[in-house]
Ligand binder design. Structure first.
Ligand SMILES: Nc1nc2c(c(=O)[nH]1)N[C@H]1C(S)=C(S)[C@@H](COP(=O)(O)O)O[C@H]1N2
Ligand SMILES: [Mo]
Length: 260
């Protein structure tokens, strides 16, 4: 993705597929550049697209700024769902990538997921605390940049439920996150709309069985709107930040967005 600034006129209210596509590219570009303001109706929602890094928020929307930025973007990206499949189509993906794995990993009981938000004390969650969130499952195609894919059934918790359920929505000034294994041997950088996407899950099972260590136990990220490289195994920390970080694969020349 190139980081050229975009100048796009405000859209009127009707949102056909082309408007949706256009807004999607505006969303991507404005995340990359600091962007522009546009007003759009998407699927009946009137949503103010403000500049993520600007202070000058129109006053009627000031109160709703977080809501519009985060929930609005998530609802918007929800229109771009990855296809889902019947459970019968699911099979086992190959084990692909052990980067960041360490033989002295804590067990599931000792595992902690830490969350850092600028300006707030870091928080740590035990996996047992996740059971307070509603479980959900997903059968979707898992795609590796190497060219193979596999339909897999995953279950766990929606990432958006994790953030909202534990009061972890970052401020609008921190719309990116860097996710890491213990010791950060492997990292995946993501934008907040992708994390809030309804098909983005924190998973502890695969095809109805507890996740195995080689597939990322005790906890991995699954997001079928991105290639496998962003589906980080052995997830132990999430750090929200104001600008996008490089991650394991982008520092080796892969596309930051890695979207499907
Ligand atoms: N920690 C970690 N996560 C990772 C990787 C890795 O090497 N280390 N490889 C990625 C890649 S390239 C793919 S395709 C998938 C593979 O997941 P699987 O082994 O469960 O099939 O994990 C992703 N997540
Ligand atoms: Mo991959």
């Amino acid at each position: 993705m190139t980081d050229t600034p975009a100048i796009v006129p405000p859209e009127s209210s009707s949102a056909g597929p082309s408007d949706v596509d256009r807004m999607r590219s505006v969303t991507r570009r404005s995340f990359a550049t600091g962007g522009i303001a546009a007003l759009a109706g998407v699927g009946g929602w009137t949503w103010l697209q403000t500049r993520p890094f600007a202070d000058g928020i129109p006053s009627p929307f000031r109160q709703m700024h977080r809501f519009n930025e985060q929930v609005g973007r998530a609802l918007f990206s929800a229109e771009h769902r990855a296809p889902e499949f019947p459970r019968s189509r699911a099979g086992n993906p190959r084990v692909n990538g052990r980067i960041g794995w360490q033989k002295d990993f804590p067990d599931a009981e000792g595992w902690r997921l830490s969350v850092e938000i600028p300006g707030a004390p870091a928080r740590r969650f035990a996996l047992s605390e996740m059971t307070r969130l509603p479980r959900t499952e997903l059968v979707a195609e898992f795609k590796c940049v190497e060219g193979w894919s596999q339909v897999v059934q995953w279950s766990g918790w929606r990432f958006s439920d994790f953030l909202t359920g534990f009061g972890l929505l970052p401020p609008a000034s921190a719309p990116f996150a860097l996710l890491a294994t213990p010791g950060a041997g492997y990292t995946a950088a993501l934008d907040l709309p992708s994390l809030l996407h309804p098909q983005t899950l924190l998973c502890d099972t695969m095809n109805g069985e507890p996740l195995t260590p080689s597939h990322g136990a005790p906890l991995r990220l699954v997001l079928p709107v991105k290639y496998g490289i962003k589906n980080i195994k052995w997830l132990s920390s999430i750090r929200f930040e104001s600008a996008r970080s490089t991650d394991y694969w982008t520092s080796r020349g892969y596309d930051w967005y890695a979207g499907l």
